[in-house]
Design a protein around this ligand. Structure first.
Ligand SMILES: *[C@@H]1O[C@H](CO)[C@@H](O)[C@H](O)[C@H]1NC(C)=O
Ligand SMILES: *[C@@H]1O[C@H](CO)[C@@H](O)[C@H](O)[C@H]1NC(C)=O
Ligand SMILES: *[C@@H]1O[C@H](CO)[C@@H](O)[C@H](O)[C@H]1NC(C)=O
Ligand SMILES: *[C@@H]1O[C@H](CO)[C@@H](O)[C@H](O)[C@H]1NC(C)=O
Ligand SMILES: *[C@@H]1O[C@H](CO)[C@@H](O)[C@H](O)[C@H]1NC(C)=O
Ligand SMILES: *[C@@H]1O[C@H](CO)[C@@H](O)[C@H](O)[C@H]1NC(C)=O
Ligand SMILES: *[C@@H]1O[C@H](CO)[C@@H](O)[C@H](O)[C@H]1NC(C)=O
Ligand SMILES: [Zn+2]
Length: 424
């Protein structure tokens, strides 16, 4: 009798534990991916591999510096530093302020993207940026600033469409939200680097700029097992000096020609209508033939619920306007997007043929819903665009710095909590 009741109690206990752990599993990628309440998603958690390694990284959300104890980083720096142009000085402040900067904006000798979107280096031996993609009528699909703690609804949406994208992750976010970073790999997305602390890279010393990229690569490797071979400069702020550093680290520089300005919503008077108009321009450019020989890239973000909601809202129109929507690496046939060679992306033709899954991804290829059709998009309310297009901007935007500043305190708080749980 006693034996019976013990067994029963034990069974009940196991059952309730199972329910509990299902509801609150913040220890695995699979568990984390099932949380739907954004408040629960954004509650900090402890994850041993990254939390225990926090001292091997610069403090999160501060400009990275190369750590004296980091022998691998020091060795890498020493191996590439001779390839960095020494005739280009840091420009302005890490927050984007260019007060006091003098620069020959007519000749743009450093190919400083921020001036007039230069993408072909003025110095020899440095690769050009990728600003468009070779496949016609194709959109290179990419999202910056993640992993966002509350991205499950967005990633669920992408999965429901069997749609993969390139995720340019911020190193500090990866350390804060490691299980969310793992979801990108599990879902078959491509991961690129988006720096450690999201500052204006051309303002940093060469060694700090190196550290911004190096520690982002290390964080992504630590948490997801893969090391990216592409990066996207925050605010597009890159010049030949920064390009050389990225190239030394094996990183391809990916930029854009269209800006949704989703990240600027609410900054400097930019409204949701402006953002909708900028999405609309990209779509109407496509339907009017702009991408008939060379495909396009638009800057979009995983920054917050608004930017992710915009992406979901416009997805059907993008699908109508473009023949294919693919990750950047897929558009380039870059079947090995990582340093680790046992992990591959589909080629462009594989992807559009329905093989969208990556080798090593846990998600199944599923049936492809990828774009066919070249029907005309019902272009959205393309009213006025005080938001401007991606080709505006002859100076660094302080609005950008403000947008970043708005994000930072939350993350610093998250970090403090992570450290607090470490102390326990
Ligand atoms: C940027 O940083 C500089 C130097 O620290 C400071 O003087 C300036 O006020 C900052 N600008 C903004 C917009 O935060
Ligand atoms: C194409 O996009 C640009 C903004 O990048 C916009 O000014 C232009 O009006 C668009 N063209 C069409 C046909 O939508
Ligand atoms: C992610 O999005 C949520 C909801 O918009 C926001 O509260 C949070 O600050 C964002 N940032 C990160 C890094 O998760
Ligand atoms: C996220 O945005 C969507 C669409 O704008 C909205 O319906 C939803 O309430 C938002 N969620 C949160 C948590 O703010
Ligand atoms: C990708 O590969 C396909 C054939 O599979 C080829 O037609 C296309 O030109 C390639 N694109 C690039 C950018 O190499
Ligand atoms: C996966 O790996 C196999 C064997 O190496 C290769 O033939 C195939 O093309 C790969 N598939 C994808 C989607 O990368
Ligand atoms: C790739 O190789 C590494 C190291 O050998 C291993 O840890 C990882 O699981 C492998 N990944 C895949 C997708 O096979
Ligand atoms: Zn960014």
């Amino acid at each position: 009798m006693r034996h019976w009741s013990d067994t029963r109690t034990a069974a009940l206990l196991v059952a309730s534990l199972a329910v509990l752990s299902f509801a609150q599993d913040r220890t695995t990628e699979q568990g984390e991916a099932q949380i739907t309440d954004p408040n629960q998603e954004c509650a900090p958690y402890f994850y041993a591999p990254s939390s225990n390694a926090i001292n091997s990284f610069p403090p999160i959300w501060t400009v990275a510096t190369l750590l004296a104890s980091d022998t691998a980083g020091q060795a890498k720096w020493n191996s590439i530093s001779a390839s960095i142009p020494t005739d280009i000085q840091p420009k302005g402040q890490p927050n984007g302020s260019t007060i006091g900067v003098t620069y020959d904006t007519v000749n743009d000798p450093d190919c400083w993207w921020t001036i007039r979107q230069c993408t072909t280096p003025k110095r020899s031996g440095i690769p050009s940026d990728i600003a468009s993609i070779p496949e016609p009528k194709t959109m290179g699909y990419a999202f910056d600033d993640g992993p966002n703690c509350s991205h499950n609804a967005f990633y669920d949406f992408l999965a429901s469409q069997n749609q993969k994208a390139t995720m340019f992750y911020i190193g500090s976010n990866v350390m804060d939200w490691p299980l969310e970073a793992q979801r990108a790999v599990a879902d078959g997305h491509e991961i690129g680097a988006h720096t450690w602390s999201h500052r204006y890279m051309t303002a940093l010393s060469s060694q700090d700029a190196f550290a911004e990229l190096w520690y982002t690569m290390q964080a992504i490797k630590l948490v997801t097992g893969v090391t990216p071979t592409s990066w996207r400069p925050p605010f597009g702020d890159v010049d030949d000096r920064i390009r050389a550093i990225a190239a030394g680290l094996g990183l391809e520089t990916i930029i854009w020609k269209y800006d949704s300005n989703d990240w600027r919503n609410g900054v400097n008077g930019i409204t949701p209508a402006d953002v909708d108009a900028d999405y609309g321009y990209f779509i109407s450019n496509s339907t009017s033939g702009t991408f008939n020989t060379v495909g396009g890239i638009m800057l979009t973000h995983e920054l917050n619920n608004y930017t992710m909601s915009e992406a979901i809202k416009f997805y059907p129109q993008l699908q109508s306007a473009f023949s294919h929507i693919v990750p950047i690496g897929v558009a380039l046939n870059k079947t090995q997007p990582y340093v680790e060679t046992n992990y591959s992306l589909p080629s462009f033709s594989q992807y559009v043929g329905g093989t969208t899954a990556t080798n090593g991804s846990s998600s199944s290829g599923g049936s492809s819903s990828s774009g066919s059709g070249t029907s005309t998009a019902s272009s959205s309310t393309a009213s006025s665009s005080s938001g401007g297009s991606g080709s505006s901007g002859s100076s660094k935007s302080n609005g950008a710095a403000i947008a970043v500043a708005g994000v930072t305190p939350v993350l610093v708080a998250g970090a403090a909590l992570l450290i607090a749980s470490l102390a326990l």
